[in-house]
Design a binder for this molecule. Structure first.
Ligand code: NAD
Length: 487
């Protein structure tokens, strides 16, 4: 590690050692626009070195018992938890999210990811059937796939990276992980704890750099048989193409355009604060965030008034301010993209009820060059507008009116994505009916983002392929084999 002029210089982590790189990329603090760190601009050579390290480590790691791997992973969880505050500060500075969100969500969840898979790996069983008339029994075994390539996005950096590393190593694989080039710091900090936790060299290798360069090298490497990717649908299409010649195992967790459906019998006192949170948490930069709100006509005006009042109360501030509800967006380019959606909506005749172009931000002077945007609510917008069809991935949500159950199901399903939906109603029959017909991998009713990691997570349509969870991740990171014995 080097620390020159307060700019961190990160290094790759290969075979248990930090290794410098020939060239570096700048990574910015989104709350000021200043360079925060320099990230290795890795490519094929670094991936090749990591593949060699992961291959060497595989026989030893895969032959350890689940109990041994579990103990090591629990130790790693403990070490990250011990440094929780330092990790949270780094995540907030690197990503622009509030320190409160990093402290309460990102880092505790990264810790829990290791604890959860350290525990769940102890409880899987395989199958056995008998065929007495043939004098046979059949049974299955599961073996780790080999070297897992793991690629994660910038919105929940350590949280999503560990959601992949934990099940991969628990199942006996060795890994090469590539975090987003925009948010690499906490992954690099974690590398410093791996040896202390007892993770042997080469089991976890982390290579930093850009998607088209190092990401592509990982995806197209013939010795990496499995890729777990979380990110945009467009990048997933590249990954599918690049990995197709090798028939790799792929898990793809992609974007969303998530509806909230609010029926007239919804309990608005719970629905409104939760829908404000589901629209604007982490600046709206969560794949599960609500971006289309359908409200039944009889409560539309009341909902809209109360929703906008609540959204306006959110404090956008410096990420380090513990009273801020929202921090900065990830980058200058992303801010321009998100605010452009609002301009397009306005040009189409939609109304902007609060936020971009309507409210002025009250940001401290040191943050004037940061990438901030107020929570923005759009209404009077058509379903075919790009703001209602495309993933914006920022603090922008559209509110529209509906009349019937049948109508709202069809409109909610009329996008290419199918990740998450929320339903608000006191009618249990209606909740079951609507949940069943929504094209969505996850449906929350009268709540949002309550997760049991045991259960499958993932999307349908353009939101992804495959599911992650205790059983699903175990199945993905292992190969099953059926063995038949005749006596
Ligand atoms: P992105 O697709 O631009 O990048 C994701 C990762 O892929 C990064 O590490 C990037 O460097 C890498 N990458 C880019 N091009 C690549 C290539 N050609 N080959 C290999 N790797 C490449 O996505 P992003 O902007 O970082 O993240 C935002 C997206 O992620 C949104 O669409 C969001 O919905 C999605 N997301 C989905 C989930 C989920 O669980 N479904 C969770 C979080 C974010």
């Amino acid at each position: 590690m080097a620390d020159t002029k307060n700019v961190l210089v990160l290094e790759n982590f290969i075979a248990g050692k930090f290794v410098s790189c020939a060239s570096y990329l700048d990574s910015y603090d989104p709350s000021t626009g200043n360079v925060y760190c320099r990230v290795p601009d890795s490519g094929r050579d670094e991936v090749q070195a990591a593949v060699a390290a992961a291959q060497n480590a595989f026989p030893g790691w895969s032959s350890k018992s689940p109990q041994e791997r579990s103990l090591i992973m629990n130790k790693l969880a403990e070490l990250i938890e011990h440094d929780l505050e330092a990790f949270a500060q780094a995540e907030s500075k690197d990503q622009g999210k509030t320190i409160t969100f990093a402290r309460m969500v990102d880092i505790p969840r990264a810790v829990y990811n290791f604890r959860f898979f350290a525990s769940s790996i102890l409880h899987h069983t395989t199958e056995c059937t008998q065929m007495d008339h043939m004098g046979c029994m059949h049974y299955t075994i599961r073996t780790p796939v080999g070297i897992a390539g793991l690629i994660s996005p910038w919105n929940l950096p350590l949280y999503l990276l560990t959601w992949k590393i934990a099940p991969a190593i628990a199942s006996g694989n060795t890994v090469i992980a590539k975090p987003s080039e925009m948010t690499s710091v906490t992954a690099w900090m974690m590398c410093k704890l791996l040896d202390k936790a007892g993770i042997p060299p080469g089991v976890v290798n982390i290579i930093f750099g850009s998607g088209p360069k190092v990401g592509d090298a990982l995806v197209s490497h013939p010795e990496v048989p499995l890729i777990s990717f979380t990110g945009s649908t467009l990048t997933a299409q590249h990954i599918m193409e690049r990995s197709a010649p090798y028939c790799k195992k792929l898990s793809l967790e992609l974007g969303g355009k998530n509806p909230a459906i609010i029926f007239e019998d919804a309990k608005l006192e719970e629905c409104i604060p939760t829908t404000v949170r589901s629209s604007f948490a982490n600046q709206g930069e969560i794949c599960l965030c609500t971006s289309r709100i359908f409200v039944q006509r009889s409560i539309y005006n009341e909902f809209l008034k109360r929703f906008v009042e609540a959204a306006k109360k959110l404090k956008v501030g410096s990420p380090s301010d513990p009273t801020a509800d929202m921090g900065a967006l990830i980058s200058k380019e992303h801010l321009a993209k998100v605010s452009n959606y609002v301009k397009v909506a306005q040009a189409e005749g939609a109304r902007i009820l609060c936020g971009e172009g309507v409210d002025t931000l009250n940001i401290p002077s040191r943050n004037q060059t940061g990438y901030f945007m107020p929570p923005t609510v759009i209404t009077d917008i058509q379903d075919d507008s790009c703001c209602m069809q495309e993933e914006i991935f920022g603090p922008v949500t559209c509110v529209v009116v509906f009349d019937t159950e049948e109508e709202v199901i069809s409109r909610a399903n009329s996008v290419k994505y199918g990740l998450a939906a929320t339903i608000w109603s006191s009618n249990v029959g209606r909740v079951h009916r609507v949940a069943k017909r929504l094209q969505s991998g996850l449906v929350w009713t009268n709540c949002w983002l309550i997760r049991d990691l045991n259960l499958p997570f993932g999307g349908m349509k353009a939101s992804g392929i495959g599911r992650e969870g205790a059983k699903e991740s175990y199945e993905f990171f292992t190969e099953v084999k059926t063995i038949t014995i005749k006596h």
